[in-house]
Each structure stands twice: as C-alpha cells, then as structure tokens.
Design a protein around this ligand. Structure first.
Ligand code: ADP
Length: 256
C-alpha cells in the first residue's frame, strides 16, 4: 500500500547509450511525511487549549465581569488548560532532546531497585487519588543495567502512570523486577484494567497515537508518553513488550 518514490538520473555514456540510475528515496519521503504529520499534530494539540483560553478570557472581560462565581470556575478551567499545554511542551522537549542524543549509548551503571522504589513513591499520591494500589516486587540485592538513571525513572513513571490511569478499574498495579538467567533484567508493569484491542497494540508507541482521544485527554494524557518510552529504550538497547487482553488487563515489560 505504501507508494514508493524514486530519483532518476540519466547520463549519456557515448554511442547513443544512456545510463539510467534509479535511487529509491521512499524512506526519506516517509520521514518528511512523518515530520509534517508530527508538526501538524503538535500544533493542533496546542491550538485547542489556546482557543479555549481565548474564549474564557473574552467571557471574563465581558459577560462574566461581575460574576465572581463564574470567574472562579472559569479560572479553574483556564489553569487546567495551561497545565495541559505545559505537559505537552515538556513532552515535546523531552522527545527532541532524546532525538539529539539517540546515537549515544548512556554510560552510567544504574541499579534498578532504587529507581523502581523512587517511581513507586512518586506515583503513590496519584495512585491514592485514583484508588489504585501500586505493589513493587524486587529481588534481594542490586540489579544493575547500563543506562541513564533519570531517563529510566521517566520510562517507569510513564508506564506506571498509564497503568494507574487506564487500569484503574482493576484497582491494583504490580511492578515486578527480575534478573534474567544469562545476564540482563526485566521489569513488568501489570494492570487489571480494560486492556487494549490487539489492532491498537503495535501503534501505541507512535507519537500522538491514542486509543480513545477524549478518555486520554480527560486522564491528562498528551499521547507522547509511550513514544518517549520507546525512544529512551532504543537508546538503552532495551525492548518494550506489550501484552494485553481486552477485559482482563495489560502488561508492559521492559527487557534489558
Ligand atoms: P497518553 O499521554 O495519552 O497516556 P501514551 O503514549 O502514554 O499517551 O499512551 C498512548 C495510549 O495507549 C493511551 O492514550 C491509551 O489509549 C493507551 N494505553 C497506554 N497504557 C495503557 C494501559 N495500561 N491500559 C490501557 N490503555 C493504555
């Protein structure tokens, strides 16, 4: 289904003969198209809260000028919109920073045990606010992988946050770390939420891909979380496996 694109060069080689060279530039075209789509999506995501802010400012300057109750409510909604734009800009910046250093392998030796404890502690308040408990199971002793600590914190924060946000019907999220025989390590994040239909699974790490846009927005999603996860893991030469069964839940596994 994907059309191919070629650059054609014709050079005379004498005796009325010509050399015709076809260069397959489909890959470059695809990258151009992806870039254009990305800018269009990012602009759209920023324009929506901006349009809403403009509407509220006009209302505050006009009809709601003398209505303190309406003013308070509108200011609350405006703050939500500003927070949404900040999250989006933060995620866009993270992605562009990661792209700049995608070819450099991270150099630290990171113990995953304190990384995961930190992630559990920092997401405990979100879990509590959603009525979700986060359990953590780790082996005795350190589990060291080559990596960048802050980036790995971001990976597991994104996965655990998603599990809490989208898996909340099941009310529990399990984070499990294990060392693999023959070296390496594995971290899985399991929820018992609604799960994801198989057709969506391969596309989840695309930028701005969301199974249900409105649900994701209402859960404060930007659609960039798993794209960031994928970028960081590629740089770490680690793999993300997504298993999900609709109605039963999802498991996101990172294999180092
Ligand atoms: P968002 O910021 O929208 O959460 P992500 O890139 O983190 O974006 O995730 C992309 C989409 O994948 C989400 O919008 C959601 O539809 C789906 N998703 C991610 N994690 C889960 C999960 N644990 N359970 C169900 N759906 C999920």
């Amino acid at each position: 289904p994907s059309a191919r694109a070629y650059r054609v060069r014709v050079s005379p080689v004498g005796d009325g003969q010509f050399l015709i060279v076809f260069n397959d530039v489909s890959g470059l075209h695809r990258i151009d198209q992806m870039r254009t789509d990305f800018v269009a999506n990012a602009s759209h995501e920023l324009r929506t809260p901006l349009a809403s802010l403009r509407g509220f400012i006009e209302t505050l300057q006009g009809p709601a000028r003398a209505d303190p109750k309406a003013q308070e409510r509108f200011l609350g909604i405006m703050l939500d919109q500003v927070n949404r734009m900040s999250r989006l800009v933060d995620d866009l910046l993270s992605l562009s920073r990661l792209e700049l250093k995608s070819h450099i392998a991270p150099g630290e030796r990171v113990d995953l045990v304190p990384v995961l404890s930190h992630v559990r502690d920092s997401l405990m308040p979100l879990g509590e606010s959603l009525g979700v408990t986060i359990s953590l199971s780790v082996p005795d002793g350190p589990v060291i992988v080559p990596g960048d600590r802050d980036e790995l914190v971001q990976v597991f924060e994104n996965l655990v946050e998603n599990a809490c946000k989208y898996g909340q019907e099941g009310k529990s999220v399990a984070v499990e770390l294990s060392s693999l025989a023959g070296g390496g390590a594995e971290v899985s994040v399991t929820d018992h939420g609604p799960g994801i239909e198989a057709e969506h699974v391969p596309r989840l790490t695309e930028r701005f891909y969301r199974v249900n846009v409105e649900a994701s927005r209402s859960k404060k999603g930007t659609g960039l979380g798993l794209a960031i996860v994928k970028h960081i893991l590629t740089r770490h030469r680690a793999r993300l496996l997504i298993q999900s069964e609709p109605g039963k839940g999802s498991r996101f596994t990172v294999r180092f």
